[in-house]
Design a protein around this ligand. Sequence first.
Ligand SMILES: [Zn+2]
Ligand SMILES: [Zn+2]
Length: 265
Amino acid sequence: MFDYHMHSKYSIDGYEEIDILCKESIKKGLKEIAITDHYDLYQDQNREDNVDFKSLYKDILEARKKYKDKLKIKYGVEIGQSHFNSTLANNLIATQPFDFIIGSVHNLNDNFDVGLCNYNKISIEDIYSDYVNTLIEMAKTSDFDSMGHITYPVRYAFAQTKKYPDWTPFKDQIECLYKELIKQDKGIEINCSGCSKVLQRTMPDLDLVMFYKECGGKILTVGCDSHSKEYVGAGVNKALQIAKQAGFNEITTYTQRKPKFIKIY
Ligand SMILES: [Zn+2]
Ligand SMILES: [Zn+2]
């Protein structure tokens, strides 16, 4: 039981103390977690998420000591749009002892926030091509281990329209993305945040996880993307089931950015 994507009070949209996240993880039977607070970068070169990484890491070290025999706690980060400001992204990576880095896209060009879009006016099909292109650009130029929630716009689109898109028209682009990630030994995440919400699916869902396997993908991480304690670990079982259905026998964990493959049953 692993959860490699969760946010604490150090994220702009998170609430929980590190200690609470650890207690909750143990309660839910998790064996290993990665705390992955947000660090988003924007095309406005002077903007960045202001995170107190020093206090965050101190809290993680304390939790590691306290829960030594019960829970493995990895120091992670979710970097959004690293390619919008590579200098800040690379500087952060060089100065923090991260175990694991998620590379995510939340904003497109001109800082267009995919989560704040009115999907009754703009369809997900209208923006998904741009979204995948942004993922490809980030994959080509940025340093991270696993790509977060590659179907992210659907989290918001489905909540508004209750329509789930057909990804078939995007398969060629998604194949380009997968090939780029595979070439660079980067993975993708099965993000379970939708499982306990209205979406009721993982991001990506089974079809695109299967397609990743067909393309030769090997590195798969699993994360619930919780911003409050009740969602810690929620949907992990579903994600593992999807990984197995797609033909994966292993998922990946990280220590000091080195992958380790763990058998799943
Ligand atoms: Zn995210
Ligand atoms: Zn997240």
